[in-house]
Design a protein around this ligand. Sequence first.
Ligand SMILES: C[C@@](CO)(OP(=O)(O)O)[C@H](O)COP(=O)(O)OP(=O)(O)OC[C@H]1O[C@@H](n2ccc(N)nc2=O)[C@H](O)[C@@H]1O
Ligand SMILES: Nc1ncnc2c1ncn2[C@@H]1O[C@H](COP(=O)(O)OP(=O)(O)O)[C@@H](O)[C@H]1O
Length: 282
Amino acid sequence: MATTLSLPAPAKLNLFLFITGRRPNGYHDLQTLFQFVDFGDELHFSPRSDGQIQLLTDFAGVPPEDNLIVKAARLLQQKTGCSQGADIRIDKRLPMGGGLGGGSSNAATTLVGLNRLWGTEVDLDTLARWGLTLGADVPIFVRGKAAYAEGVGEIFTDADPAQPWYLVVVPPASVNTGLVFQSPDLKRDTPVRPITAIQPSEWANDCEPTVFKHYPVIEKVFSWLLEYAPARMTGTGCCVFAQFDSQVAAVAAQALLPPQWQGFVAKGVNRSPLHERLAVCA
Ligand SMILES: C[C@@](CO)(OP(=O)(O)O)[C@H](O)COP(=O)(O)OP(=O)(O)OC[C@H]1O[C@@H](n2ccc(N)nc2=O)[C@H](O)[C@@H]1O
Ligand SMILES: Nc1ncnc2c1ncn2[C@@H]1O[C@H](COP(=O)(O)OP(=O)(O)O)[C@@H](O)[C@H]1O
């Protein structure tokens, strides 16, 4: 029987996100800090000799042809000329459109996982470059190291922020990243600073005012969380997170969460759980 390779696709948090300009093509210049958490989806890859890519788990609202998992698998086949295929299953835990990078993380785990399963031996920098064509956040997940990012999010500097516990709350909303960036009221004029000198006391997210205006429920969740610890939104939303010194403190705040809101407790980690697992199954 063929071996199945199971690998995590963790979530990321943007510990800060500043928008420093808009390019003529509409894309935005950012300064952001990415950290992973030890919570996410789990993908299972089994080889097929007929070259077919089959996603065996249904995704509400995302046809297989549009799914970033299928797109990533096809991209690797096409770039390497590999004739193998795969059956892919996923335990989906991350909300879609949550600012946790779930789709990008799924794509990155697929690129890295199938590269291992098929023995195509493409290096991580090349996989990250290919992955960028699937989504802006794919390279950070392929690289697997906490990092500052600049440019449109593609220029990385390794980072080593503190690794606290977080309570991440998932408001009942789904934010379209493209629409946030198109919004006329978005703050896009934060001055560029030397990124490694930005202090934790200055960390903020320029998307918050715009997203809160268009999605009042996200501001409501954010205000609730602020009562317990300093809180921030990740990416373009919708998830908000607060930082705690211990797992016990984060779980205690989670226990107070109003029943209509979902949340999870996770630890911030500067090495991706994907790369931790790959090292174990080398
Ligand atoms: C801004 C971030 C920060 O992590 O937001 P989140 O998606 O995580 O919330 C990401 O880089 C987003 O990544 P991703 O969601 O993959 O974005 P993409 O699909 O590449 O882009 C969606 C749309 O957002 C806009 N966009 C994206 C990135 C960027 N630097 N400037 C932009 O203006 C573009 O209009 C683009 O068409
Ligand atoms: N495997 C996938 N997982 C999640 N979303 C996907 C996937 N494939 C395609 N998508 C699409 O990408 C969009 C963004 O999803 P996601 O990356 O989870 O959000 P965000 O970028 O806000 O963190 C979804 O709304 C969905 O339409």
